[in-house]
Design a protein around this ligand. Sequence first.
Ligand code: NAD
Length: 369
Amino acid sequence: MSIEKSMFQYADEIGPEKIIYMHDPQTGLKGILVVDNTIRGPAIGGIRMAPDVTTDEVFRLARAMTFKNAAAEIPHGGGKGGIIGDPTAPNKYAIIRAYARAIKSITEYIPGPDMGTDERCMAIIYDEIGRACGLPRELGGIPLDEIGATGYGVACASEVACQYVQLDINGATVAIEGFGNVGKAAFRFMEEKGAKIVAVSDSKGAIYNMKGLNYEKLVKVKQATGSVKNYDDGKMIGNKELFELPVDILIPGARPDVITVENVNNVKAKLVVEAANIPATLEAERILHNRGILVVPDFIANAGGVITGAVECRHGTESEAFKVIKEKIVRNTKKVLDLSKDQGILPRTAAEKIAKERVLKAMEYRGRR
Ligand code: NAD
């Protein structure tokens, strides 16, 4: 396909503003940058490094960032970088530096980490071009996984959503898929709000105890044995069983497409808060909606990370990040769930509608429509 075709096939009322391809013969860099929309501010979005990254994927992720950032009400547009390459390559940092050099003049894009890149990569980019977020603490970064920013936002969204299903978070039972950065933080912050975490899983298995699980003990068991499934005070269950437990709140926090038409009718929770990206298919979300099970969509519930990135860009502190996450996620969850209720539409549709309207309105104000 010609480059023109590959750029213009995506063109619509929002973007993309630019698609840039880069090649550096010295390091072997083959890179893509999609700047989707910058009307609300410089585009923020991660750089994904994987052998099979395509323009299509990078464009879809860039558009998702445009909406996610607008939905989170941060003053940023959406963009995404892609590096076609092996993230374990011995010359990875040389490739990253070459990528940074190639995007130096695209000042309306602020890179962040994504699959295959991390804070070290961001530090190299920052060194080369003076802009990046997701930096190490030593360079003024706010380490979002360490502070549990996304899990904190998930707990804030859960607390608000509970009010829409007549559920008291204090004493509510919770099952969490995944015990990584997001799952662990969601556990801690949900517990802080009085919820009882009764099940967790990781890639090797899951554990369930209706009386509740102990966080510190789970961390120790995972460290010592490699999996939470070896926690001795509970019942070992299959990963898929976790989604079908009789709990109040279900938090998918690991893999995409784990709630599908196959298992959606077995979900017993009253509330599903999507911590992972696209954990449920659209069809499954529709069925959950029709069954009266409330879903807080991923890009509303898991925006804590990107909100922290925006705070970091303004040289804010960790405590400010927590304050802003709470303020924005509480307000946006309410807005989305109210619109969904009023118009009888899926929460995801409501969220997309709000985000898109914010972008179009901003374009109108700036005389671009
Ligand atoms: P992570 O790598 O730190 O943790 C992933 C966890 O999921 C691990 O405990 C792993 O064992 C577990 N896991 C893997 N396969 C599993 C399976 N089949 N069943 C159950 N558990 C399984 O990743 P993370 O940073 O916690 O991210 C989790 C999800 O949240 C991803 O979808 C990611 O895109 C999304 N997300 C993360 C952030 C963030 O701030 N880290 C922000 C927004 C969205």
